[in-house]
Write a protein of this length. Sequence first.
Length: 95
Amino acid sequence: MIALLRLVTLALIIGLWWLAAHAGSALIPTPLATAHAAVDMAQDGRLWKATLESLTVYASGLGLAVVVGITAGLLMGGFRLLGETLELYVMALAA
């Protein structure tokens, strides 16, 4: 049942995308035009280069977040006053 709901949801999203593309705005390409562009980009290597660049930015941000998060957590756990002071802000950012 859940697989059917997922397929229906996907069809609905693509249908809404198609409607938005044909609503008169030249800014939104059709799903088919997007698929053709993706195939073209994959064939000439631009898609893989852009994907690697995006993953590099993602991995850099994740690495920085891990280093800052672990360091802040250790400092907050090691110094009670610092932990109590920053806890409110950490919880607000996590919300």
